[in-house]
Design a protein around this ligand. Structure first.
Ligand SMILES: C[S@@+](CC[C@H](N)C(=O)[O-])C[C@H]1O[C@@H](n2cnc3c(N)ncnc32)[C@H](O)[C@@H]1O
Length: 198
């Protein structure tokens, strides 16, 4: 009898995981299409681990005294939390998709990452209205959105952009990752970091 009870308990737990996973994927798909078709912005694709590590080491090496750091379009917040864990800066993860922002807030709580704050907002509206000056901003957006960041050079001292260039401004440094690329609208953008010191 006890064995049957344990078996049923385990089956219930497994079913609960399947249902939670299914609901998660439903929300994710909905958000993906909403991003692409309604907002015409690149949907959430996580940045590669190696790029994240290089962003963190770039900040530690060249901007160790950064007090305020933001990530423009932070998805589930993995990159922002990696930066927060390795620096003493206040990290603002700015994300405009409600489901991604919700998951990011959940991870902030679970990981006890106290210096990382996820904000559900349009990052550009946030930058328009905030008085905070950011020592470093991080972005992994897309070829159309990345150039919009040049409007905020009064609020951002340094921009680290993953894979995408601002275009008309020459980067201070380009850090090549060496392999892999982001494919956006059938064009390959090799993984690299563009560092702009404004
Ligand atoms: C390619 S993903 C990058 C996710 C994350 N930064 C990473 O490196 O793993 C781009 C994210 O930017 C978000 N995004 C795009 N435009 C935005 C905006 N104007 N304000 C806030 N978030 C935005 C998208 O919803 C998406 O989650």
């Amino acid at each position: 009898m006890i064995i049957f009870n344990i078996m049923f308990f385990v089956i219930y737990i497994l079913l609960a995981f399947v249902v939670i996973g299914y609901i998660f994927l439903m929300f994710k798909f909905f958000e993906y299409f909403y991003c692409a078709c309604v907002r015409h912005q690149p949907p959430f694709v996580a940045s590669p681990d190696l790029s994240r590590k290089l962003v963190v080491s770039e900040i530690i090496k060249n901007y160790p005294n950064a007090k305020n750091i933001c990530e423009i379009g932070s998805g589930f917040g993995g990159l922002a939390r990696a930066v927060a864990r390795n620096t003493n800066a206040n990290v603002y993860a700015l994300e405009n998709m409600p489901f991604s922002a919700f998951v990011s807030k959940l991870f902030d709580k679970i990981s006890f990452c106290k210096n990382n704050k996820t904000i559900w907002c349009d990052a550009f509206e946030f930058l328009d209205n905030t008085d905070i000056k950011f020592d470093v901003a991080i972005a992994f957006l897309g070829p159309k959105l990345t150039p919009c960041i040049q409007k905020y050079t009064d609020k951002i001292k340094v921009l680290i952009s993953l894979d995408f260039e601002i275009g008309c401004i020459k980067p201070t440094r380009i850090i090549e990752i060496g392999h892999g690329a982001t494919i956006y609208q059938n064009i390959e953008y090799p993984h690299r970091l563009f560092v702009y010191e404004f």
